[in-house]
Design a protein around this ligand. Structure first.
Ligand code: COI
Length: 351
């Protein structure tokens, strides 16, 4: 693989001030698609792309991405969490968006070379990681609305801390009753750029009212819970942990799936099913809404302390992180950091 090293390495940020996605490492991976085939991936210095204003992704948003994380263990090993699942999902997103799929083995090997080169950028403080952002964009200079003939795949790396500025403090979510993120038959289950653009309005409205995020409902009846946009959502109702089933409009989260597998293995009652806001309100009124949390690569496991729906404030677990939420946070971050054995085969060493 061709590697061009930077002549101007950057100063690494203080790991107590990372936040999310603000710093980028010295190098990135780039792979172009032209004439019906992917070229060899290359490692090059992190730098701006040159693009014509007519480049089609800038107009029609034919673009997809992923989020994964790399860690550095106490012994100095580099590891990645469920990276094969990211590449499987990215290829599914590519198919949905009429983009070419890629050979995950080639990309994974190239990513591992990039991670080895950037190993000193991997933060080691608890709660930090090196975020991996694989992205694919349509890269043809043409304004006709059709699938592009040229693409650019790239991977950038960013040392990150907590996604939310308040860390593990429970988040506040506002149920969005008017706007929708996506509908069944739409692109909701693909990790495409447009889904995130569509979610901005709900997010902004929620932020203005002092909430961290909007909770999206289904597009048809505005009744059933879907996801938060940057995370999937779980509720603990009585002794049942519930998360919306994947109906086509919800992102099939890899952390969501990890939570389900851990809960099943440890004997919890976990259901993937439709959940209406009426059910959440009724459970809250009966004192049965015990916990609520979000899951995502960036958000990890984030407790939710307040849900507001139709003007009704529902304070969950006295606004504190609950027992099952803490168990999952500890278990999943423990497996990621090798504090616990990798009993699910999710961790790969980068060699
Ligand atoms: C992730 O969790 O990795 C995501 O992609 C969600 C968000 C930060 C866009």
């Amino acid at each position: 693989m061709n590697v061009t090293l930077t002549t101007n390495p950057k100063q690494k940020p203080d790991s107590s001030k990372l936040g999310f996605g603000k710093y980028f490492t010295d190098h990135m991976l780039v792979m172009d698609y032209e004439n019906g085939a992917w070229k060899e991936p290359e490692i090059v210095p992190y730098a701006p792309f040159e693009m014509y204003p007519a480049t089609n992704v800038l107009h029609y948003a034919q673009g997809i991405f992923e989020g994964a994380k790399a860690y550095r263990t106490k012994e100095g090993k580099i590891t990645v969490f469920r990276i094969d699942d990211n590449f499987i999902r990215m290829n599914n997103s590519a198919t949905r968006m009429c983009m070419p799929t890629f050979d995950a083995k080639v990309v994974k090997a190239a990513l591992f070379e990039l991670l080895k080169l950037e190993k000193d950028w991997i933060p080691t403080e608890p709660g930090t990681a090196l975020y991996i952002r694989p992205t694919m964009i349509a890269n043809e200079e043409v304004l006709g609305v059709h699938a592009s003939h040229k693409y650019r795949f790239f991977i950038i790396l960013s040392p990150v801390g907590s996604y939310y500025a308040h860390g593990l403090q429970p988040t506040k979510i506002l149920v969005e009753e008017h706007y929708v993120r996506t509908a069944i038959g739409g692109t909701g289950e693909a990790k495409c750029m447009g889904n995130y653009a569509a979610s901005l309005m709900g997010g902004e409205l929620a932020n203005k009212k002092g909430y961290d995020q909007a909770l999206w409902l289904d597009a048809k009846e505005h009744k059933y819970v879907e996801e938060v946009g940057s995370m999937n959502i779980f509720f603990v109702i009585g002794d049942e942990v519930v998360t919306p089933q994947l109906v086509g409009s919800i992102l099939p989260g890899i952390t969501r799936n990890s939570c389900i597998q851990v809960l099943k293995k440890y004997g919890y009652k976990i259901s993937e099913r439709r959940i209406s806001m009426d059910e959440i309100v009724a459970a809250y009124d009966k004192g049965e809404l015990k916990e609520c949390f979000g899951s995502g690569t960036a958000a990890v496991i984030s407790p939710v302390g307040l849900i507001t729906y139709q003007g009704k404030d529902m304070v969950v677990n006295d606004g504190k992180m609950g027992e099952i939420t803490s168990f999952l946070y500890d278990k999943i971050t423990g497996i990621q950091s090798e504090r616990y054995p990798d009993e699910f085969g999710w961790v790969t060493e980068v060699k």
